[in-house]
Design a protein around this ligand. Structure first.
Ligand SMILES: Cc1ncc(COP(=O)(O)O)c(C=O)c1O
Length: 489
C-alpha cells in the first residue's frame, strides 16, 4: 500500500479480486488434498521465522496474499491431506470452510442474545442435535467451547458446583475436605491442567490404571474411591474417556455411570475424539452409557471434520452452567427469549465466536448420514489395517483397535523396551522422512507405540496400502539387517 493509504477499507474491485483469488486457491488446494504431501522432505524443512521489524507501511495486498499463501502451501504442514495419518485432526469439510469465512465476515458476537438472536438460534439448534444423538430424552443444554480442554475444565467446574454451590463465591475452602476426582491413566492431560486451574491441584486427579484393553480398571476405581472416602477426601467426579488420545480406547461407560451413581459422584464423559460415534447408528453402541453422563465433551474439530476450533460441552444440568458462570453486565439487556441463553452467562468466555455454524452447515448440507458413512468407512479401513498388523511378522498391536486409531510397534525378538522404543522412533522417522505421509509416536500404558489414525474423509484403501508399503520398506531397511546380524552372531 502507498504511504497515503492508511485505511483498511478496500474498494469494491479489490475486495472482489482478493476474494476470488482466495476461493480459487482454496479450491485448488482442496483438489490436491487426496495426493498432497503432508510436509517437505526432512532435509528441506526449516523455520520461516525471520526477525523483521514491524511493517510501518502496508504493501500490495495481492502480492502479500499470494506470497503468504504460496509459502504456507509449499512449506506448511498439511493436516488436511489424506496422508495425514498420525493424529486426530481432520480434513475440514469444504462447507465448514465457507461457514468459517462467513463467521469471520459477519463477526457475530454470541456473548448475548440481544446482539445475536439469529446466530444464537443456530447454535442452540446444533447443541440440540448433538444432545439428541447422545440419547438424552431429558432436558439438557450446552455451549460451544474452543475445544476439549475448555470443555473438560467446564465439566469439572460444574461437578464442583453440584458438590457445593458455595465454591463459586467462596472457593474451595467452602468444601469440608480436599476434593478429588478419577480418570484412567490413559485419559487426556487437559484433566491435569483443569485440576490445576480450578485450584484443586493436579494431585486431586486420581489416575487409575487401565486393563489390557486400555479401559479404566473398574475394581481399582472403586477401591480408590473407597480408600479416599476412608481417608477423609471428598470424591466428586468420575471421568470416563470415549476414545483415548493414545489408543482410541473407550472406557466401560455403563459401569462407570453405575459406580458414579452408587457413590453420588458427577459422571463426565470426555468424548472429545470418540463420542462422534453417536453419529453412526451402526457404531454408536461403542459409547453405550454416554447417555447416562451428567456432562459430555465432544470436539467437532476432531472426528466431525471441522476446522479449529470447535469443542462442545453438553450437560443434563443446564441450570448449573448459569449457576457457575452467571454474572452481571449492566450494559447488556438479558435475553428475552425463553429458549436462548446469553452465552456469557453459561460459559467462561465473554466475547464468543460462532463456532457452531460450520457444524450446523455441514449437517444441513450433507446430513447426519454422511457422518455415519464416514465413520463406517473409517472403521472398516482401521479394522483392515489392524488385521494386517496382526498378521505381519514385523509388527504387533499394542492395544486392541476399537476406533480408527491403531497403535502398534515393531516386533523385535528378545529386545527390551528401550530398544523397541528406539526402533519405533527410527521407523516413524523413516516413514515421515519424505514428507509424503505422516504418522506419530506415542506411549500406551507405558509401552512405546507407533500411532496411525484414519481421520480424513479423503483417506482411502490406497492411502492405507501406501502406508503399509512405506512401513514395510522402512522395516526392511532398519530392522531386517539387525535381525540378520543377530542370527549370524
Ligand atoms: C480425549 C481428549 N480429550 C481432550 C482433548 C483436548 O482437546 P483440545 O485439543 O480440543 O483442547 C483431546 C485432544 O486431543 C483428547 O484427545
Amino acid at each position: 500500500m502507498q504511504p497515503t493509504e492508511t485505511t483498511f477499507d478496500l474498494d469494491y474491485s479489490m475486495r472482489r479480486r482478493l476474494g476470488y483469488m482466495l476461493v480459487d486457491k482454496i479450491n485448488e488446494y482442496y483438489g490436491s488434498l487426496s495426493h498432497r504431501a503432508v510436509q517437505l522432505p526432512r532435509r528441506q524443512r526449516r523455520s520461516m521465522y525471520s526477525p523483521e521489524p514491524i511493517p510501518e507501511w502496508g504493501e500490495d495486498p495481492e502480492i502479500t496474499f499470494e506470497r503468504v499463501f504460496d509459502d504456507l502451501l509449499e512449506k506448511g504442514f498439511h493436516i488436511a491431506s489424506a496422508n495425514y495419518l498420525g493424529l486426530m485432526n481432520p480434513t475440514p469439510t469444504f462447507i465448514s470452510v465457507l461457514a468459517e469465512t462467513l463467521v469471520a465476515a459477519l463477526n457475530p458476537q454470541l456473548a448475548s442474545v440481544e446482539r445475536s438472536a439469529a446466530a444464537s438460534s443456530i447454535e442452540r439448534q446444533t447443541v440440540d442435535w448433538v444432545g439428541q444423538r447422545i440419547g438424552w430424552k431429558q432436558r439438557f443444554g450446552g455451549t460451544f467451547t474452543t475445544g476439549g480442554s475448555e470443555a473438560n475444565l467446564t465439566a469439572l467446574q460444574l461437578a464442583l458446583v453440584k458438590l457445593n454451590p458455595a465454591v463459586i463465591d467462596c472457593g474451595l475452602r467452602s468444601l469440608k475436605a480436599p476434593a478429588v476426582f478419577y480418570a484412567s491413566s490413559e485419559s487426556h492431560h487437559s484433566l491435569d491442567k483443569a485440576a490445576g486451574m480450578l485450584g484443586l491441584g493436579r494431585h486431586a486427579l486420581r489416575r487409575i490404571e487401565v486393563t489390557d484393553q486400555m479401559q479404566i480398571d473398574l475394581d481399582r476405581l472403586e477401591r480408590a474411591i473407597r480408600s479416599d472416602l476412608e481417608r477423609g477426601y471428598l470424591p466428586f467426579c468420575v471421568v470416563g474417556t470415549a476414545g483415548t488420545t493414545n489408543a482410541g480406547a473407550i472406557d466401560n461407560l455403563m459401569w462407570m455411570a453405575e459406580i458414579s451413581k452408587q457413590y453420588g459422584l458427577w459422571f463426565h464423559v470426555d468424548g472429545a475424539y470418540g463420542a462422534a460415534v453417536i453419529f453412526s447408528d451402526r457404531y454408536r453402541s461403542l459409547a453405550q452409557g454416554i447417555e447416562l453422563a451428567d456432562s459430555v465433551s465432544l470436539d467437532p474439530h476432531k472426528w466431525l471434520a471441522m476446522p479449529f476450533s470447535a469443542g462442545m460441552l453438553l450437560t443434563t444440568h443446564p441450570e448449573l452452567l448459569r449457576q457457575a458462570y452467571g454474572t452481571k453486565a449492566p450494559y447488556l439487556q438479558a435475553s428475552q427469549s425463553p429458549e436462548l441463553e446469553d452465552n456469557f452467562q453459561i460459559s467462561s468466555q465473554w466475547s464468543r465466536r460462532m463456532n457452531s455454524l460450520k457444524l450446523w452447515m455441514t449437517l444441513r448440507v450433507h446430513g447426519r448420514v454422511s457422518y455415519e458413512a464416514l465413520i463406517d468407512k473409517q472403521m472398516k479401513l482401521a479394522a483392515g489395517f489392524a488385521q494386517w498388523v496382526n498378521e505381519s511378522k514385523r509388527f504387533e498391536l499394542v492395544a486392541p483397535q476399537v476406533l480408527p486409531a491403531i497403535v502398534f510397534r515393531v516386533n523385535l525378538q528378545n529386545a527390551g523396551e528401550a530398544e523397541i522404543a528406539a526402533a519405533n522412533r527410527a521407523l516413524v522417522e523413516e516413514v515421515n522422512r519424505s514428507g509424503q505421509r505422516w504418522i506419530s509416536l506415542t506411549t500406551v500404558a507405558e509401552r512405546s507405540a507407533i500411532r496411525t489414525m484414519v481421520i480424513s474423509y479423503l483417506t482411502t484403501e490406497t492411502h492405507v496400502l501406501e502406508l503399509k508399503n512405506a512401513l514395510l520398506a522402512a522395516a526392511e531397511r532398519l530392522i531386517a539387517p539387525r535381525q540378520i546380524f543377530e542370527r549370524s552372531k
